[in-house]
Ligand binder design. Sequence first.
Ligand code: SAH
Length: 248
Amino acid sequence: MSAPDFARHRLFVEPALSAAAILPLDRDQANYLLNVLRLRAGDTVLVFNGRDGEWLACLVPEGRKQASLEPVRQTKPQPPAPDLHYLFAPLKAARLDYMAQKAVEMGAGTLQPVLTRRTQVSRLNRERLRANAVEAAEQCGILSLPVIAPERPLEAALAELSPERLLVFCDEGMGQESPVAALAAREPAPLAVLIGPEGGFDEAERALIRARPNTLPVSLGPRILRADTAAVAALALVQAVLGDWPRG
Ligand code: SAH
C-alpha cells in the first residue's frame, strides 16, 4: 500500500463518494476546516467513507460557518477490510478511548466488546467507540472503519466466533512460555485476540475460554500489563507473527 499523504488533512464523511457529488459538511467539520485549519476556497483535503477509497476534495466555503466539499478524483482504491477480530472487556472512558484508537491503528477489523465478571463498564457508549475509530483512521490514513459489534457476555462472544477463527487468548495467569513460538507454530488462519478487564479473568472464565477449540492462550511476558497496554502488545505480536505485518 502506498504511504498515506499526510500533507493534506484527512476527513471521514458518511455519504457515497463520486466525482462532483457535493458533500455538505456538518458545522463541526466546516468550523474545523474554515476556522481551525483556516482553509480557503479551492484548498483541498482528502476524504474517505470506508467504502469508496480515498478522494481528493476541494473546499467550497458557504459563509463563515458553512462549507461543502467537491470530490475531484479518487486517489486510492478502497482496500479490503481487515479481518482481525479484537475482543475486549470495556474499560472506563479515557482508557477505552485509547484502546479503541490503538486497536484500529493495529489493524482490527471488528471491535467486539465482551462483558466479563470483572468488567468495570456496564453500559457501553458505542457512538464514542465509533468516534474514536474514526479519529484513529483520520490520523493514520486508514481507509477502512472497523465493525463495532454490540457488547456480548463472554460465553456468547466466544460462541459467535467461527470455529476456524484462531482465538489468541491473552491469559495473565499462564506460565512463562514464548508467545512468538506459540503463534509461529500455528498455520495462518482468521484471527481474534481477547484481552480481559483491568481486574482480569476469573478462573471459571479462563476455563471457559480455554475450553473453546482453536484457542491459543499466550503470555504477554513476565509483567502484568494494564489492559490498554496489553491491547497494543498483543496486537503487535499477533500481526507480526501471523497477521498482516510483513514477514520473511
Ligand atoms: N488485574 C489482573 C490483571 C489484568 S490485566 C491481575 O492482577 O491478575 C488486563 C488483561 O490484560 C488481562 O486479562 C489479560 O488479557 C491481559 N494481560 C495483561 N498482562 C498480561 C500478561 N503478562 N500475559 C497475558 N495477558 C496479559
